[in-house]
Structure formats: structure tokens, C-alpha cells
Design a protein around this ligand. Structure first.
Ligand code: NIG
Ligand code: FE
Length: 416
């Protein structure tokens, strides 16, 4: 039976042109004040003015669901996370508060490699149980789809283990998980001083195996001083493309290496972080198809300057916002918090931030045709918030406002 949602104070349909929203469309919410959404079999049949939606034959006899004067919008699409790990990194956190840098902490045995130790010692079932709990955290804050990166295994078996955990948790729902193979996240101890051999192992063995088991959609790498360089980016992108994996790049995060320019030339779907981009980088990004995926929660948590979101938007780049949820640089799963940080710290407007956190997040995952907006034919992934004006989603920070969340037409979470 069909479901008809009525009585929303605002419906943010995010309806608009195909493709990532940029330029004049960067803040287009497709806002309806007297709107309705009609759903059948997990898909949106119609979303528009109530008077129009009610003329659809399916509206007659549909189940009514009242939004009770609240804001309805597509579920958040969080296009950058590292959610499969065992423990928080509280010692790293405390050391950083005492003045140590991310690099110093990594050199002293903290950082990514300490999370790798935890993952290597963990059973697949326990990692899956942990991810299932975190999936509910994401959903309860209004997120219906995430991208998830491996990268805490760093050998074939442990990377496969992480990717299988994502597949298991995604298949049981309610959170949809798009997997990314991030073998080149750090050089593991057994390859210390032999980075090139590790990259060869990634390209020759790991990427083909991950792809043959259909365990990932994307390949990614941490292109950064002390981690992986531009030559590695080239090799990994080529090996990924050969195996059918699309490219994402952790680019210009802690230093500027030219990784954005290289990512654009390699046709990356997203270039992520971009804290250190300069004016010279902007024109090529603006005319490219690559989405700039900004993760300001990590800047907040590390106490670092923010990426120049305003300059990126004003130059015509398509911007997505994501959490970067991970135990080292952003233990925040709440996209509303990220939206709020984007507004207050990077001076994005609430409308721009919501576009970036929904439809542009979907495009950052290659899912722009099916996710990220409330338009006929798309999946019925919908979040309802305790607010009567969309600007409240950025305004009330630090406390939950989610009322209910729908995934593929089913209510999967309700506020207690
Ligand atoms: O996106 N930059 C590399 N990866 C993560 C950090 C992961 C970690 O510290 O565990 C990031 O910030
Ligand atoms: Fe990351």
C-alpha cells in the first residue's frame, strides 16, 4: 500500500538539475510549504504541492502519515567515513590537547596504526556488532546512506575482513553503506621503509581481489607527506580503474602536495578534505566533474583552520559535506553537527550546507540518480526533524532533533 506524508511545515525536496549542484544551484532546496510526498514500494511516486500530489490515483486509499508541522528532507548522505574500528583513541586525544600534532602522535605509536592493531586482533563478528551499533547512531541523526572506508587492516586478510563487515551490516539495514577500499591509508609495520613494495602489493594483489569479490565501489588513498605521494596516487588510480573501482582521494589535507590537481586529471569522483588548497587550484576544480568533499568536523576536532568553502562555492565547485567519522580525527557521526560547523565556521548558508549534505553527498557516491532528493522514482529515504524552519537544522547544535527516519519507505527509527 502507498504512504502519503502530509502536514510538513517545510519539505526540502532538493529537486533540481541532474548532476552535482554548483554555481546558482548550490543552495537550491526545492522548498515546499504546502507539500506532500507519496511513496510506494520503497520509492517516491510524487513529491510536490499537496494539491498536485493528491491527484495521483495512488493517493486515494494511501496510508496517511502526518509530519505534524515539522521539516521533512532526504536522509543525509554522508560521503566520507571510516566507521569500522574497535576503540576510541583517547590517549591521542589527550596528547593533542596537550599540544602534540597528528604527525607526532603517529610517530609515537598512536594514530592510524594503533587502530590497525585493534582491528587486526578483532573477530569479524565483533567488528560487525560494533558497526551495527554505530549504524544506529548514524540513522538516529537522520543519515540514511554512508560511504565507508577500510584502511585499518592494511593487509589483504584484514582489509577483506573490514569490507565484508560493511557488506554484512549494509545488507541487514537500515543504514546503506557504500564501501571504499583504502589500502593506502598508512604503511603497515611489516612494510616499514618499503612503501613502494606495499603500493605494489595494493595494486597487484589487493585491488584485484577486492574488486573480484565486489567488496568495494571506490578506491581511495591518503595522499600526504609521510604516507603516500603523487606517484602512488597515479599507480593506485590506474590499478583501481583497471579493476573497475572509481577514485576518491584524501587530498591537500595536512599539506599541499598537488594531489587535487592530480586527482582531477585522473577523473576522481571526489577530492576530500582540501584544507590546504590555494586560489590556483580553484579554476580547474570548478570546471571538473569532481566533487569537493569537505569534512570540517575533523578541522573542528583537530583545532585546525577550515578549508576555504566559501571560495570553493563561489568559484563554481560542487561541494559535498561529510563527517569523516573515525576514531582519530572526527568521532562525530552527526551530519547536523557538520552542517552547523559548515555554517558557523566556513560561512556556508544553511541552504548551501543542506544541499551539500544530501544531493551532493549522493553525487559524491555516484548515487545522484537514485538518492539525495525527494523526487519521483528515487528511493524513499526521508528524515523528519523537530523544527519548523530548515535553518533550525544548523542553528540548534549539540542536541538531537531527529523525529523519525525512513529508509526505502519504512520507518526505521523514531525518537523515543
Ligand atoms: O580522514 N586522513 C586520513 N584518514 C583519516 C584519519 C584516520 C585516523 O586518524 O584514524 C582522516 O582524517
Ligand atoms: Fe578520511
Amino acid at each position: 500500500m502507498a504512504t502519503l506524508i502530509l502536514n510538513a511545515s517545510e519539505i526540502l525536496t532538493l529537486a533540481g538539475p541532474d548532476g552535482p549542484r554548483a554555481g546558482k544551484d548550490r543552495g537550491g532546496l526545492g522548498l515546499l510549504r504546502d507539500g506532500a510526498v507519496l511513496i510506494e514500494k520503497g520509492r517516491i511516486v510524487a513529491a510536490g504541492p499537496k494539491a498536485v500530489v493528491l491527484t495521483d490515483p495512488l493517493a486515494k486509499g494511501a496510508n496517511m502519515l502526518s509530519a505534524e508541522g515539522r521539516v521533512l528532507m532526504p536522509g543525509f548522505v554522508d560521503a566520507h567515513t571510516h566507521p569500522v574500528f574497535v576503540a576510541p583513541r583517547l590517549e591521542d586525544f589527550e596528547s593533542r590537547l596537550a599540544g602534540k600534532s597528528y604527525a607526532e602522535i603517529a610517530e609515537r605509536g598512536g594514530g592510524i596504526l594503533s587502530t590497525v592493531n585493534g582491528v587486526r586482533g578483532a573477530k569479524e563478528a565483533d567488528l560487525a556488532a560494533g558497526l551495527r551499533m554505530r549504524a544506529l547512531d548514524f540513522v538516529s541523526s537522520g543519515t540514511t546512506t554512508i560511504e565507508a572506508k577500510s584502511g585499518y587492516g592494511l593487509d589483504l586478510d584484514n582489509e577483506l575482513k573490514l569490507l565484508r563487515v560493511m557488506r554484512t551490516v549494509s545488507s541487514r539495514g537500515p543504514l546503506e553503506i557504500v564501501p571504499t577500499f583504502l589500502g593506502a591509508h598508512a604503511v603497515p609495520p611489516e612494510y616499514k621503509g618499503r612503501k613502494d613494495e606495499f603500493v605494489e602489493r595494493i595494486c597487484e594483489t589487493m585491488i584485484p581481489r577486492v574488486a573480484s569479490e565486489k567488496l568495494a565501489v571506490f578506491v581511495d588513498l591518503f595522499c600526504e607527506k609521510g604516507y603516500f605521494d603523487l606517484a602512488d596516487l597515479q599507480r593506485i588510480a590506474i590499478a583501481g580503474a583497471k579493476a573497475g573501482l572509481k577514485l576518491k582521494v584524501h587530498a591537500e589535507q595536512l599539506s599541499r602536495m598537488g594531489s587535487l590537481d592530480a586527482a582531477l586529471k585522473l577523473g576522481a569522483v571526489t577530492a576530500d578534505h582540501l584544507d590546504c588548497v590555494t586560489e590556483d587550484d580553484l579554476p580547474a576544480l570548478a570546471i571538473s566533474k569532481t566533487v569537493a568533499c569537505l569534512v570540517p568536523g575533523s578541522n573542528y576536532f583537530l583545532g585546525k583552520p577550515y578549508p576555504p568553502a566559501r571560495r570553493l562555492l563561489d568559484s563554481g565547485a560542487a561541494v559535498a559535506l561529510a563527517t569523516d567519522f573515525n576514531p582519530g580525527t572526527c568521532p562525530c557521526f552527526d551530519m547536523r553537527m557538520i552542517v552547523s560547523i559548515a555554517c558557523t565556521q566556513m560561512k556556508m548558508s544553511p541552504a548551501e550546507a543542506l544541499v551539500s549534505a544530501t544531493i551532493n553527498g549522493a553525487h559524491a557516491l555516484g548515487l545522484g540518480a537514485t538518492h539525495g532528493s525527494l523526487e519521483a522514482g528515487k528511493v524513499a529515504d526521508i528524515a523528519c526533524f523537530d523544527a519548523s524552519d530548515h535553518r533550525e537544522l544548523a542553528y540548534w547544535f549539540g542536541a538531537p532533533r531527529t523525529r523519525w527516519v525512513m529508509k526505502r519507505g519504512e520507518i526505521v527509527w523514531k525518537a523515543p
